[in-house]
Write a protein that binds this ligand. Structure first.
Ligand code: PGA
Length: 255
């Protein structure tokens, strides 16, 4: 079976209206392999602009819009939060959940991450669940333990059948924004662990779930990373802000 591949752009707290408009017109002429989807995740205020700009140029359906976060609540007195229905009104299909910056800076626990994944799925949004170990955890050979502890609460919360609609992004924390990338072999070994972890619970779900790699992916290293058997695309930070480089990464993905 050919799994779908995804290249997702995580703009973090970067970008501008000008970048939204230029990126949409640049993406309109990128060539994608079959079964590849591109998801752009700008900050909340730019979602509407991205949605309008992409319908103006008739961006192909392989391109989708994603948010970087969401509330686990449906509505109410939660100042500063954004709900699933608000995201959907602006054409959002994907949402990044549990990015390591949210876990470390904003103290999001795996329990909260699981609740957010549940809220996203209940609304029909596809969550991109981020997991990854710190440098100390890798050195202490705790990588698999950490990843299992990040995956299990989500599986417990939503059930394994619904996990088939989750996209997992493995992002070693030490590789994010540092220029240090996991070697393709190291990334593949970890992705294989993640797939086997899911397969032990349900093999049919494990073969379906796209596993993205993230952490200093760029135009030079993307091809080798994406060639690995269990790497189904990437979650791209810094390099997704530069249209020329991002287009190369998008074209390198294979479904
Ligand atoms: P990076 O970020 O590509 O700049 O390392 C990836 C991410 O944090 O999603």
């Amino acid at each position: 079976m050919n799994r779908r591949a995804i290249v997702a752009a995580n703009w973090k707290m970067n970008g501008s209206l000008a970048l939204v408009n230029s990126m949409v017109s640049e993406l309109n002429n990128v060539t994608l392999n079959e079964n590849v989807e591109v998801v752009v995740c700008p900050s909340f205020p730019y979602l509407a602009a991205f949605s309008i700009a992409s319908s103006n140029v008739n961006l192909p359906t392989a391109f989708s819009l994603g948010a970087q976060n969401l509330s686990e609540h449906a509505k109410g007195a939660f100042t500063g939060e954004v709900s699933t229905s608000m995201l959907q009104e602006f054409g959002v299909n994907y949402v990044i959940v549990g990015h390591s910056e949210r876990r470390s800076i904003y103290k999001e626990t795996s329990t909260l991450v699981a609740q957010k994944i549940k809220a996203a799925l209940a609304a029909g949004l596809q969550p991109i669940l981020c997991i990854g170990e710190s440098e100390d955890e890798r050195v202490a050979e705790q990588t698999n333990v950490v990843l299992a502890a990040q995956l299990q609460p989500v599986i417990d919360e939503i059930g394994i059948e619904k996990f088939a609609d989750v996209v997992v992004a493995y992002e070693p924390v030490w590789a994010i924004g540092t220029g240090k990338t996991a070697s393709p072999e190291m990334a593949q070994t970890t992705h294989q662990f993640i797939r086997e972890f899911i397969a032990k619970i349900d093999e049919s779900v494990a073969v379906k779930v796209p596993l993205l790699y993230g952490g200093s992916v760029n135009a030079t290293n993307c091809e080798e990373l994406f060639a690995q058997a269990d790497i189904d695309g990437g979650l791209i930070g810094g390099a997704s802000l530069k249209a020329e480089e991002f287009k190369i990464i998008c074209s390198a993905a294979k479904g």
